[in-house]
Design a protein around this ligand. Sequence first.
Ligand code: GLA
Ligand code: ZN
Length: 676
Amino acid sequence: MKKYINASFPHLLHGGDYNPDQWQDRPDILAEDMRLMQLANCNAMSVGIFAWAALEPEEGKYDFSFMDKAMDDIYKAGGRVVLATPSGARPAWLSMKYPEVLRTNADGSRNTHGMRHNHCFTSPVYREKVANINRRIAERYKDHPALLVWHISNEYGGRCYCENCKNAFREWLKNKYKTLDALNHAWWTAFWAHTYTDWSQIDPPMDHGEKYTNGLDLDWRRFVSYQTTDFMKNEIAAVREFTPNIPVTTNMMGFYHGLDYRVLAKELDVIANDIYPTWRGTDADIHTAMLTAYTHDLCRTMKHQPFMLMECTPSHVNWHDYNKLKRPGAHELSALQTIAHGGDTVQYFQFRKSRGAGEQFHGAVVDHEGSENTRVFKEVSALGARMKQLDAIVGTKTETRVAILHDWSNKWALDSAQGFQNKNKKLDSVQHRFYEPFWKRGINVDVICPEDDFTKYDLVIAPMLYSVSNAQGEKLAAYVAEGGTLVCTYATAMVDDTTLAHLGGWPGAGLRKVFGIWNEEIDTLYPEDHNTVATDMGNFKAVDYCELIHAEGAAVLGTYQSDFYAGRPAVTVNSYGKGKAYYLAFRDTGDFTDAMMAKLMGELHIVSDFDGELPHGVSAHSRTDGKSVFVFLQNFNNASVCVKTAEKWQTVEKNTPVTGDISLAPFETVILKKAK
Ligand code: GLA
Ligand code: ZN
């Protein structure tokens, strides 16, 4: 039932990026670090992330002294190590001797040595050098009791346009399409005489080259995910050779646009994420909390198991426009929010502040001042003490009956489409708009992809699911036929998974009959335009998109009130098999989505595990071990609130009985349990 990150250490992990390689001339500070780590109630340190130059100062010459010491010291101090492979940044000798490892930009220019996260993912030399250093690290520490998790590289991202990468792209395409005819058809290259007659003619999309072939754009993005994953697999294979039982992860960046994280996720044992929300200590935090929760839910859903928060800041960052301090209490609140949504780890960038270079003023557990007497240190330590009391939560799961579909390929296809609102189609904010009604009512939501099993959800919401293959269409149809409730919006199933328009009327891919509608035209409004949609829940403002649909069997729940399509349907529901398919043909400003989702929650009896009504800015998300339900009641307001409950709860930490009025201080979290 429980799923641990590493079953040998069934505790919440708390700690951070720790860089003893930067302090090798200060044994006093290294010793102090261990005292501070214990005082901060930290038990998991990420070591070696950018340490390649220290580990291999010259090609083939290794020095593991700092790492040996860190592994031993951390273990002696009761901690464990999340051990990194160092491929995120390379030593200068490597770039100088093997320039092919340097990334090539779209304009053909090659980067000079410097910065990080900028290597070629295809270069055989880089792959070999990375596998070599990974093997040496794994071989050395394979039996070390501190080794808990492999942290593969750091925040993979970006793309390279060197000849090696272009050739790899062409090979990937050959493998996918088999023939040029098939590729030419899928990309509709007869348009503008772009027909390819040889594979070598295909280049990635670029600003000074091809950029309007949507199918090319989509396949290039898929290839970048594939190639990055392939690079990562090479890294993983090197460490698995020695440590087949140590789980591997890599730190992701939430909904980062550049990589389909689901492709990487398949190769990982655990999902890890880095997140740096702009907590302000104002009402704006309530929106931030909703967005952050949505990202956590994605991380949990990618493997349907607890994830790691590999990086956050205990206070401020150094790269926001305004690097405001987290207000007292806000750190604990945001850290516990991670756990509420299925995270079993809270780690920081970084444990000790670097003395110099680019991140010297980024928040850290230990400041340049160096002691445990700072506000931030004390808050981290108090959080760690609290996390130690939460062993019961570790490995527990999140139960959900609602899912929102997020598919990277769909987002890429939609973004590259020329038409509608060209500059920003706002898929992200539309997903958030559907998520918020559930978040604020304390209802757990999964963020699924087309490959997930839909049948375990009572409600699947797929906003702006523009790109749908015939197979995906069939899967959605089967889900509804078997009793599911599906909600889709304007811009559904307009193209297939290669971006070819579906013929025979939208929504395509067989969904026209499922929704019982035909979407004949899509009207894109200017920002100053609007329409009104009348429903039995009231009148709502329509902005941005109004589709001109025909009901072909569906019941009409809302109609446009003005313009040449006044009186035509804007919201419909169709019974299909044992289920229902809702079509929302217009974009609202949030109030309609909220009312509509509330109506569906009522009809489907989808309720929170917390019985009380939640005031604005208070969330209540839950986890369960099958016997108990654990509810995290969290106040994101910088003001006290009172929540009422009729049930009899106990606090998880002290087993104190709780019922009736629960008062929450600003930024306070109360963790409750009851029998399931
Ligand atoms: C990222 C990186 C870290 C550090 C932080 C700063 O998440 O992985 O190395 O640069 O940002 O916020
Ligand atoms: Zn390359």
